[in-house]
Design a protein around this ligand. Structure first.
Ligand code: DGL
Length: 267
């Protein structure tokens, strides 16, 4: 038997950056990856509508997959709906993904940090509260990108990335002030680590790009706890990918297969 799965959720392919770390730490677990492609991009939704959408979607996902834990591998959804999800589904432990502002504030030498996220995440009170609580001594620039999540989707599906667009989207992250320069950019959208190489290449100067995927995977491991003894999983129950549109195209299917996920039909 392979036990209850870990549900990994995002609006698209971004959560795969967390899945790959979670697999390293929990190779014996079964995963259900959910891409809410019908709702993508989350960055542009109004807050009340997105909150209601995510809570109702999780109602269906939990009923269908009975996960041991649920990882919301999406900053845009976590900063908005994590507390509502915990309240609505008290039997399911949730791991959220929120901007890594605390580690950035601890690590910066120049005191200039940028947070690169979707327009939704930069607007959130949750994000502002994190800055006030942990980064009071830093200068934090919030940069909301309209295009990067979609650029990452395209890149992962067909291998193409518009480097000039990446350059333009990340440019506002780079601040010079009183002889100091931004030295850390927080990747506060799970899609962005897929573009990290292009970001490094097009950045005006080198910075640390903070990707929280491993920390999220560790948090998931600590909530999932040690696995009960006995065979962890068998070959009959593969890790699956669920697309809320029910209509993933060939490229999306191929991408999921590349991550060892079988696309569930009619999901
Ligand atoms: N991957 C998501 C995040 O971490 C959001 C992408 C989107 O739907 O706009 O914020």
């Amino acid at each position: 038997m392979s036990g209850r799965p870990i549900l990994m959720f995002d609006s698209g392919v971004g959560g795969l950056t967390v899945l790959r770390e979670a697999r390293v730490l929990m190779p014996d677990r079964r995963f259900v990856y959910v891409a809410d492609d019908a709702g993508f991009p989350y960055g542009r939704w109004e807050e009340p509508a997105l909150r209601a959408h995510v809570v109702s979607l999780f109602g269906r996902l939990i009923a269908a997959h009975d996960p041991e834990i649920a990882v919301v591998a999406c900053n845009t959804a976590s900063t908005l709906a994590l507390s509502e999800l915990r309240a609505a589904f008290p039997m399911t432990p949730f791991v959220g993904t929120v901007p890594a502002i605390k580690p950035a504030a601890e690590r910066t030498r120049s005191g200039l940090v940028s947070v690169l996220a979707t327009p939704g995440t930069v607007k959130r009170q949750y994000t502002r509260d994190l800055i006030e609580k942990w980064a009071g001594r830093c200068h934090v620039r919030l940069v909301g990108s309209d295009r990067l999540a979609a650029l990452a989707e395209t890149y992962m599906r067909d291998g193409f990335v518009d480097e000039e667009a990446v350059r333009a989207e990340i440019a506002p992250c780079f601040v010079e002030m009183d002889g100091r320069r931004t030295d850390i950019v927080v990747l506060a959208c799970t899609h962005y680590p897929f573009l990290a190489n292009r970001m490094r290449k097009t950045a005006p100067w080198p910075v640390d790009w903070l990707d929280p995927a491993e920390a999220i995977a560790r948090q998931a491991l600590s909530l999932a706890g040690p696995r009960a003894s006995g065979p962890a999983r068998n070959g009959d129950e593969p890790d699956i990918a669920v697309f809320t549109s029910g209509r993933p195209d060939f490229l999306a299917r191929r991408l999921m297969q590349g991550f060892g996920l079988t696309v569930a039909d009619g999901a």
